[in-house]
Design a protein around this ligand. Structure first.
Ligand code: GLA
Ligand code: ZN
Length: 691
């Protein structure tokens, strides 16, 4: 069965390589723009995102348009057979607009309006800004709808943040009225406003969370974050009206982000919702390679997790890396250059998890202002004789070789559940340990087991179906939404294995604690009742012992749980939970539901999941013998498997696949034997036909 996705546009036949190109900063330097076009060919760069911050260049005064420079750039890219991802410029506005229509400027939580400047700081409700962006986008669509280089729309840039202006307050109240059926009592109950006399007697009293009250009314904070997501999507929907009308054949995206310094999913917006409104998921990936707090392999695993999440947002459809840096950024605490080999390795990793592109921020280093020292393909010196340019050109070659991979995806039998709303709610919860809640990092630790074993994983949001998976792991699913328990029950009934942990099902969707006790609606499927959680100090630990005798250390959290229909597979050995269950299994229909009552050392996850993989007969699709820190990912179209073997260590590694022959090295076209040597940060991509 073929499982190949179409490329983003019929004109696209290979991997996209290129990135953010800002010739609008260089309009007075025509020879530099000429040089750009010479260098693009040398770097095998075929795709450019333009006009992201071009508004003041295309509409220098209200109603005065200067599209000629953009025409020329797009024409020249087309002449070279390249592609354009055309941005709508709403990420930053020209000064005339802020001056004439101050309502377009965002108001901070302290109710102070931004002055003109910076970017990504518009009001997402302002009727004037919505009208201005839509007019601008209509002009762009009218002008470029038939342009041969245009393959995709890049809507705004990295939507994020909020606005607390009066227009947004009114919109928030409207959103709440709609959600709570115009019934203030419902809202008062959902937000538990009897607490500290927060009860509202009129809608007009409701305001967005204030900076001094951030941690108080959790239901309100959650609804505010939901409103911000919905209002941002609504702003985006308004932007794309003319594009859908005039260019229905051109896909639309907006670039998603990650959270840093630790590589986590971005939490400012709920991408589970946003992804439903884009045609292709694209994201900006800036891992802090070579940092001083984790190994390269550990960071690679965190990057893999985010890639697998963003790919799964659209059910496995390949995504695009819309931005990454060829070397360093300028906004990490320490802006470290990529060491030799890392640019190629990190690029191959993105492709391995489902990206069909490597696009950069930025093509050429700006001469002034805050991003002048941010990494770029072309440095200030302006020629190709730099280390970074050579690295990029090499990646260009690699991507040419990887063209057959475009459109293939991954085939996972294991899913890890990540929930944006749980992330918000548990981060807001007062209780537990301030530093140790670590929801996303916990999901990433469970993910690690499979990453290290070359077993494909989908990281899925709770809206996704579970059928098709054999093993579904939902660490710390603190908030369980309506209908989710039924989905899990039917999954387990029909043979699935489901794993939950401490801190599951504690609250409902408005962050009210479940009165039937934890794990709330998942009690039945898990067959246990969780009475209380003990939080440990960093230096403390407890011990659990498996019925078979193996012992493990528990850190941070130990839950006192009781068996209802489940049976115990392990128990704690001390303290007030001595002899109480530490790991349980509940049989339901054909399947099993497991509950892990404490946060355990990594070997516990290794041993437990190895056992479950064994029982479920899930193996690596392409078993590789290799040392720790080597990642294996497989993309497939159902006919051909593309096997990415990547060495995320600083040592040479021998990697082998005994008994397998007939493999081709996609990067060199050569035949491969049963083993090879990977240099530090080295990678190989093998292809194997299934027929
Ligand atoms: C973001 C933005 C870019 C640029 C880069 C720098 O991803 O979208 O415009 O500022 O960061 O890393
Ligand atoms: Zn506003």
């Amino acid at each position: 069965m073929s499982r190949r996705w179409n490329p983003v546009h019929p004109n696209v036949t290979g991997m996209l390589h290129g990135g953010d190109y800002n010739p609008d900063q260089w309009l007075d330097y025509p020879h530099i723009i000429d040089e750009d076009f010479r260098l693009m060919k040398l770097a095998s760069a075929n795709t450019f995102s333009v006009n992201i911050f071009g508004w003041s260049a295309i509409e220098p005064e209200e109603g005065v348009y200067r599209f000629e420079w953009l025409d020329s750039i797009m024409d020249r890219v087309a002449e070279q057979g390249g592609h354009i991802i055309l941005a709508t410029p709403s990420g930053a506005r020209p000064a005339w607009m802020s001056e004439k229509y101050p309502e377009v400027l965002r108001v901070e939580a302290n109710r102070v309006r931004n002055l003109h400047g910076v970017r990504h700081n518009h009001c997402f409700t302002s009727p004037i800004y919505r009208q201005k962006t839509q007019e601008m986008n209509r002009k762009l669509a009218e002008r470029y709808k038939e342009h041969p280089a245009l393959i995709m729309w890049h809507i705004s840039n990295e939507y994020g943040g909020w606005c607390h202006c009066d227009l947004c307050q009114e919109a928030f109240r409207g959103w709440l009225k709609n959600k709570y059926d115009h019934d203030l009592d419902k809202l008062n109950h959902a937000w538990w406003t009897g607490f500290w006399s927060h009860r509202y007697s009129s809608w007009s009293q409701i305001e967005s969370p204030a900076p001094h009250g951030e941690n108080q009314v959790h239901g309100m904070n959650l609804d505010w974050q939901r409103f911000v997501t919905d209002q941002t999507i609504d702003f985006y929907q308004n932007e794309i009206v003319p594009l859908r009308e005039l260019t229905p054949h051109i896909p639309v995206t907006t670039n998603f982000m990650g959270n840093y310094p630790h590589m986590r999913p971005f939490t400012g917006l709920n991408y589970e919702k946003f992804a439903k409104h884009v045609d292709v998921v694209t994201w900006d990936c800036y891992p802090p390679w070579h940092n001083d707090w984790q190994s390269t392999a550990s960071l690679a695993k965190d990057v893999g997790f985010v890639n697998d999440l963003y790919r799964s947002l659209k059910d496995g459809q390949p995504f695009l890396i819309m931005e990454c840096t060829p070397s360093l950024v300028n906004w990490h605490e320490v802006n470290k250059a990529k060491r030799a080999g890392m640019h190629k390795l990190s690029s191959i990793q993105s492709i391995a998890h489902g990206s069909d592109s490597i696009l950069y921020f930025q093509w050429r280093k700006g001469r002034g202002a805050s991003e002048k020292f941010h990494g770029a393909v072309v440095d200030h010196v302006g020629h190709e004789h730099t280390r970074v340019f050579r690295d990029v050109a090499e990646v260009g070659q690699v991507l040419n070789q990887l063209a057959p991979v475009v459109g293939s995806s991954m085939d996972a039998k294991v899913a890890i559940v990540y929930d944006w709303e749980t992330d918000w709610a548990i981060a807001d919860a007062q209780g537990f340990g301030k530093e140790t809640k670590q929801y996303a990092a916990t999901c990433q630790e469970h993910y690690r087991v499979f990453w290290e074993r070359g077993i494909p994983v989908d990281v899925i949001t709770p809206d996704k179906p579970l059928d098709g998976y054999k093993l579904v792991i939902a660490p710390m699913l603190y908030m369980v939404r309506e209908g989710y328990a039924a989905k899990v029950e039917s999954f387990v009934h029909s043979g699935g294995y489901f794993v939950a942990t401490y801190a599951t099902g504690m609250v409902n969707e408005t962050d009210l604690v479940n009165l039937e006790g934890s794990p709330g609606p998942l009690k039945k499927v898990l067959g246990i009742w969780a009475e209380e959680i003990d939080t440990l100090y960093p230096a403390e630990s407890r011990e659990l012992v498996m019925t078979g005798g193996a012992r493990y250390e528990a850190k941070d959290y130990v839950e006192l749980i009781h068996l209802e229909t489940a049976e115990a597979l392990a128990s704690f050995t001390s303290d007030f939970y001595k002899d109480k269950p530490a790991l349980t299994v509940n049989r339901l229909g054909e399947g099993k539901a497991f509950y892990i009552a404490s946060r355990n050392e990594t070997s516990f996850q290794d041993d437990l999941y190895e056992r479950l993989l064994d029982e479920l007969q899930i193996g690596a699709p392409f078993p590789v013998q290799a040392g720790k820190g080597v990642s294996v990912q497989v993309r497939t179209d159902g006919k051909t498997d593309y096997v990415f073997v990547m060495n995320f260590t600083e040592e040479q590694q021998t990697v082998g696949w005994p008994g397998r022959s007939g493999l081709a090295n996609l990067l060199t076209g050569e035949h491969v034997g049963e083993q090879l040597e990977l240099e530090p940060y080295g990678a190989v991509v093998l292809s194997q036909s299934r027929e």
